[in-house]
Design a protein around this ligand. Structure first.
Ligand code: 6R9
Length: 632
């Protein structure tokens, strides 16, 4: 049984079997869950048709597998440790039994408020256990949750609510992250002005500040759960019923609502966490992501609970009240598995090493990274200063679309190599494609990364737009899933992700579409047209560089930049603010009117010696002006 792969030889054997007979491979793992009814068909559909299904006809509820299944054997075990924003604030631990009760109570509340199977519920909340409770309660009654990262603006929230016609919004009065306060209820109220489908708003108290109230629509979380029963029968779902929608940026302006399903997602998040991190019963696992991103869905909420692990929910930031915060928490709870983003590592390695040395980090066994390529310097700092050279680093490559980790070392089992996500998990078949659309068979190669065979955790669609789903993932390389990432494979067959090959930026591990940011900048009355590209940034990985053609009279450029940044924060989120803004008289366009971003990327990164072929530009003299221009 390969539930946990325990050696490199076993990995190789299991991998081979998984390619030869994928169905048998996944059946074996799926068999370890609690199904109310066994599935009829292990796998059907294809990438060509865009209709992949796994375990169809199987009946289950994922929350029964996360919670109920564990009650007899580990009811008193800690499910979540909650660490608040400020270290002196109230912290608490929640056992599996308690979490089960809380989820059942809130599931009863949702049903009483008229939410039923298939309804969409938007969640816009602080990183507290209630966020997980709300999420799990939705899943328990078969409602489709759509968590929106609490750093998004009112407009972004509204766009996501409208896209999926959510019937309810669950939010907080506000949240604190570091020394910032975010008035979530105010932002929600603004968003809901343009969201007619939302009938009810449930507000969970966190900051106790004054908020406005819409009688008949808004209700307090704590009042509603007071009399709710702690008994609740989970709703039976088909493996292929949608579990959640999560919006992610693509190369057009409109975010894509990725749809994940109950059965396949459950199997894949559980499987990937267990094998990549080599988690064991007594481990304390901490993923520092926000539940508003896929990493939080899969590796704070679902994956750890499915495996009966104790996990940390952290409300704060890496640098508040000081840059030792992560390490203080690791020491306090004797964290064994720590999973964060390269951008956090890069920010913390700039700080005085005292902030690390002060704490006892000897409990750590495995270190993980996710979200963006990790540079070798950061990898080595993480390895030596945090892991004391003794903790395997798992550089985990995956996407919102993939549901779980796809290419990564298995901790302590497969070799690691700085900057490399290394080898695919068994069940995952990556390949590299050349410009002509052919698979590159040489071991050492560089190309576009695709996946050749469906896996249970993959996205089943873009909410309300299956055409775009087909077009985005399955058209460029027919018969394959196209990841949007470029990748290099070394002589040992190890994979190194080189970054996006489409118009998507990765800023501090956050995925942002250039078109989304351009649309926001273009809202400024003085902006005629804009173009956004990424450039290398030593902490964020990639920074946002905006070029804008403006009407005369923008005045002081610094002040103008602030106006643009405020606008982008308001329309999208502060994470999308341009780091640099250059006012220009023109943009390098081809005769067909397409902006040649390749040139702008070179200018933005200060690499203007060789701009390549510019002969297809409508007006090549524009380039000279751009090179001479000044960025603020
Ligand atoms: C999980 C997550 C996905 C994009 C992906 C890629 C980049 C993620 C990476 C990585 C290099 C890694 N990415 N992990 N690049 N090494 N270990 O981040 O999902 O927000 O959808 O972003 O992030 O470019 O395509 P998501």
């Amino acid at each position: 049984m390969w539930l946990n792969i325990k050696s490199f030889d076993e990995y190789k054997e299991v991998y081979k079997n998984s390619v030869e007979d994928p169905e048998k491979f996944w059946e074996e793992y799926a068999g370890t869950f609690y199904w109310r009814k066994h599935w009829d068909k292990t796998h059907s559909g294809s990438f060509e048709e865009g209709n992949v299904k796994w375990f169809e006809g199987g009946k289950l509820n994922i929350v029964e597998n996360c919670l109920d299944r564990h009650l007899d054997t580990m009811g008193n075990k800690t499910a979540f440790i909650f660490e608040p924003n400020h270290p002196d604030s109230f912290r608490r631990t929640i056992s599996y039994r308690q979490l089960h009760e809380d989820v059942c109570r809130f599931a009863n509340v949702l049903e009483e408020k008229g939410i039923t199977k298939g309804d969409r519920v938007a969640i816009y909340m602080a990183m507290t256990p209630e966020l997980a409770i709300a999420t799990l309660a939705c899943a328990r009654i078969g409602a489709v949750h759509s968590i929106v990262f609490a750093g998004f603006s009112a407009q972004s929230l509204a766009e996501r609510i409208r896209d999926c016609d959510a019937k309810m919004l669950i939010t907080n009065d506000g949240l604190r992250r570091g020394d910032k306060h975010v008035p979530l209820k105010d932002i929600s109220d603004e968003a809901l002005e343009s969201c007619p489908t939302v009938e009810k708003v449930i507000v969970c108290q966190r900051t106790n500040r004054d908020i406005s109230w819409v009688e008949g629509r808004d209700e307090w979380w704590h009042m509603l759960i007071r009399n709710a029963s702690k008994k609740h029968e989970a709703v039976e779902m088909d493996a292929e019923d949608p579990l959640f929608i999560l919006y992610t940026s693509g190369s057009t302006g409109k975010p894509k609502g990725q749809v994940h399903t109950c059965g396949g997602y459950m199997i894949y998040t559980s499987y990937s966490l267990r094998n990549v991190f080599q988690i064991e019963e007594e481990d304390v696992y901490w993923c520092t992501a926000d539940a508003g991103w896929i990493t939080g869905h899969s590796y704070i909420i679902y994956g750890p609970l499915l495996n009966g692990v104790s996990g940390i929910i952290f409300e704060g930031t890496p640098t508040y009240p000081d840059p030792g915060r992560f390490w203080e928490v690791c020491e306090k709870y004797e964290v064994t598995h720590f999973y964060t983003a390269p951008t956090a590592i890069r920010a913390l390695m700039k700080e005085d090493i005292e902030y690390v040395d002060k704490y006892d980090l000897s409990s750590l066994k495995v270190l993980g990274t996710v979200g963006e390529p990790i540079n070798e310097e950061a990898w080595h700092w993480y390895d030596e200063e945090i892991g004391n050279g003794e903790c395997p680093i798992v550089d985990t490559w995956w996407q919102t679309e993939t549901g779980g980790i796809m290419i990564s070392p298995l901790a302590g089992i497969t070799p690691t190599k700085p900057g490399y996500a290394t080898l695919p998990l068994p069940g995952i078949q990556p390949a590299l494609m050349d410009d002509e659309g052919n698979e590159i068979k040489d071991t050492e190669a560089q190309g576009d990364l695709v996946i050749k065979h469906p896996w249970p955790g993959m996205t089943r669609g873009i909410w309300g737009d299956m055409e775009r789903y087909q077009e985005t993932y399955f058209t460029k390389y027919p018969g394959n899933y196209f990841t949007g990432d470029g990748c290099r494979r070394d002589e040992d067959g190890f994979y190194r992700i080189t970054g996006r090959v489409d118009d998507v930026l990765n800023v501090s591990g956050h995925r942002l579409g250039t078109a989304e940011i351009e649309n926001a900048i273009d809202e400024h009355p003085k902006v005629v047209e804009s173009a956004v590209v990424g450039y290398p940034h030593d902490v964020k990985g990639e920074g946002v560089f905006a070029f804008a053609i403006c009407d005369d009279g923008i005045g002081d450029p610094e002040a103008f930049k602030k106006e643009i940044n405020d606008l982008v924060s308001k329309i999208i989120s502060p994470i999308a603010k341009p780091d640099k803004l250059q006012i220009t008289t023109g943009l390098p366009k081809t005769r067909s009117g397409k902006i040649m971003r390749r040139i702008l990327r070179k200018v933005a990164s200060g690499d203007t010696d060789d701009l390549g072929d510019t002969s297809t530009l409508l007006d090549p003299s524009v380039v000279e002006d751009i090179i001479k221009g000044k960025a603020y």
